[in-house]
Write a protein that binds this ligand. Structure first.
Ligand SMILES: CC(C)(COP(=O)(O)OP(=O)(O)OC[C@H]1O[C@@H](n2cnc3c(N)ncnc32)[C@H](O)[C@@H]1OP(=O)(O)O)[C@@H](O)C(=O)NCCC(=O)NCCS
Length: 159
């Protein structure tokens, strides 16, 4: 994919919206490139999971009124660590700065939850785009989990 500075004007022009009847179909219509499909569960599976898990916070990533991505995190009441565990930007919308803007919004939203002190995130070790994106926010890799996924952690207030 060609990446250029021209993509930058899109930075920070996204909003995170709760999932509802107005955006569910658009979330389900989002696509990844074939080689990215192993990096994250399908949005259909994630929405089903969100419906069964009270702690799951599911968000549509919206830019100029269009749903361009999907993100899911949890911030348990009894823990000071939030986990962003699903994140994707539609294949046609990648490389425009929406991913970076969505992570920034998610971190801002999570930081408002009083008791949360750190955020962790996980990705496949070969997922270079995710590694670079999160490292840019100050996430520090702490090693592989039992499923072989890389865990990276950001201490809130450290950046
Ligand atoms: C990872 C992902 C969310 C990035 O979204 P995006 O909108 O394309 O990202 P942005 O345009 O905001 O790019 C932000 C940074 O991410 C990194 N990045 C994004 N795409 C990249 C690529 N193809 N190669 C290398 N780095 C990349 C870069 O550091 C980039 O910053 P730069 O423009 O200064 O180089 C998107 O590629 C995606 O949905 N991938 C498949 C699902 C996935 O891997 N999810 C994350 C793990 S759960």
């Amino acid at each position: 994919m060609t990446r250029s500075a021209e993509a930058r004007p899109h930075d920070r022009q996204v909003a995170l919206r709760p999932v509802g009847e107005d955006n569910r179909a658009a979330i389900l219509a989002l696509e990844l490139m074939p080689e990215q499909q192993g990096f994250v569960a399908s949005n259909a599976d994630s929405l089903e999971e969100a419906g069964e898990d009270d702690e799951a916070v599911a968000r549509a990533v919206v830019a100029a009124g269009r749903v361009v991505g999907f993100l899911m995190y949890s911030a348990p009441d009894d823990d000071d660590e939030a986990i962003i565990y699903r994140f994707m930007i539609d294949r046609r919308e990648q490389g425009k700065g929406f991913g970076r803007a969505a992570v920034a919004q998610a971190l801002e939203e999570i930081a408002q939850i009083g008791h949360i002190r750190r955020v962790s995130i996980c990705y496949e070790p070969e997922n270079e785009a995710a590694r670079r994106l999160y490292a840019g926010f100050g996430f520090v890799e702490t090693g592989l989990d039992e499923d072989g996924e890389m865990i990276a952690v950001l201490e809130l207030g450290s950046k």
